[in-house]
Design a protein around this ligand. Structure first.
Ligand SMILES: CC(C)(COP(=O)(O)OP(=O)(O)OC[C@H]1O[C@@H](n2cnc3c(N)ncnc32)[C@H](O)[C@@H]1OP(=O)(O)O)[C@@H](O)C(=O)NCCC(=O)NCCS
Length: 275
């Protein structure tokens, strides 16, 4: 345990083995932190809020919270959390394993995230979002929840299904569903649901093409999507093996050998069961 003498740890906080806590970090009561966690300097962990209704903040094993981040009381985040700097996570987030949150991202809470969700920098996630597993939110993505701001009336968060990618500075309107393995192009304003395996682009966003028509720029002629056919970095072997199995475990696997086409591709896995 390496806790800076300049950190402030409330007596009610429960901190697992082998923690590292940096200077000027404040850990409040009602916090349960797993083993092998690092909280860098100038963080606030378990910030009290009435909206948490007494729920604790739980961080699973192996969390890395970079400096100047603020995590409110009342969220449950699985093992392997990694944040950039200046991240805010408000109360009521329930997230699976290996959540990565980019610098200056603001997650407003009261949302459900699956496993291996990754946000780049400066992402805004309004309340009520339902984010599947293996979802990518690129820099500057905005997921909204209030159709007629400001209002206390009807609100609906955004749903993003497994393996979907939302590209830079796209905005998704309240209550919209972004289908599995779809791609929202950079700068899109999404006002209608996005079908699985499609690319939408523009303001307002319209169908551009099936994802299968987007080709990698490496000259191989291979489709860029579903991205997990060729991109495995940072995912544990058992996850990649599940993806391979979802295609029937057929070699050649794109990540293992360079192929000039996809003649043997039995098609994308369907539904969240593919994960
Ligand atoms: C959607 C996307 C994947 C399309 O890539 P692509 O298939 O290589 O597309 P191309 O550049 O060949 O363009 C194909 C057509 O779509 C249009 N188009 C491409 N991207 C567009 C976008 N974001 N919005 C609107 N139209 C777009 C192009 O103008 C072109 O139209 P044209 O044929 O009339 O000239 C790509 O534009 C995109 O958004 N990439 C994500 C970048 C990003 O945000 N990365 C985040 C991590 S840094």
């Amino acid at each position: 345990m390496t806790i800076s003498p300049l950190a402030s740890i409330s007596p009610g906080a429960r901190i697992g083995a082998n923690a590292t806590i940096g200077p000027f970090t404040v850990v409040h009561d009602d916090v349960v932190i797993g083993d092998d966690c690092t909280i860098e300097s100038h963080c606030v962990v378990g910030l009290p809020t009435a909206l948490a209704e007494g729920r604790v903040l739980e961080l699973g094993d192996g969390a890395l919270v970079r400096s100047h981040s603020v995590l409110y009381q009342g969220s449950r985040i699985g093992p392997g959390l990694r944040t950039g700097h200046h991240v805010t996570i408000r109360e009521g987030l329930v997230a699976g394993r290996s959540l990565q949150v980019g610098t200056a991202t603001d997650i407003q809470g009261s949302s459900v995230f699956g496993d291996f969700v990754r946000t780049h920098s400066s992402v805004f996630v309004a309340q009520g979002a339902t984010i599947g597993s293996y979802v990518w939110l690129s820099p500057g993505v905005i997921l909204t929840d209030d159709p007629h701001p400001p209002s206390d009336g009807w609100r609906a968060g955004v749903t993003v299904e497994d393996f979907a990618v939302i590209a830079a500075r796209a905005t998704v309107m309240p209550g919209i569903r972004v289908g599995t393995r779809s791609l929202v192009a950079a700068g899109a304003l999404v006002t209608r649901d996005v079908a699985p395996d499609t690319v939408v682009a523009g303001v307002p966003a319209r169908l551009l093409c099936p994802t299968s028509e987007v080709l990698l720029r490496d000259g191989s002629g291979r489709p860029a999507y579903p991205w997990m056919r060729h991109f495995h970095r940072g995912y544990p072997p058992e996850v990649v093996e599940r993806w391979v199995a979802a295609w029937g475990g057929l070699p050649p696997w794109d990540g293992d050998i360079a192929v000039s086409g996809d003649a043997g591709d039995p098609g994308a896995p369907t539904g969240s069961g593919a994960a």
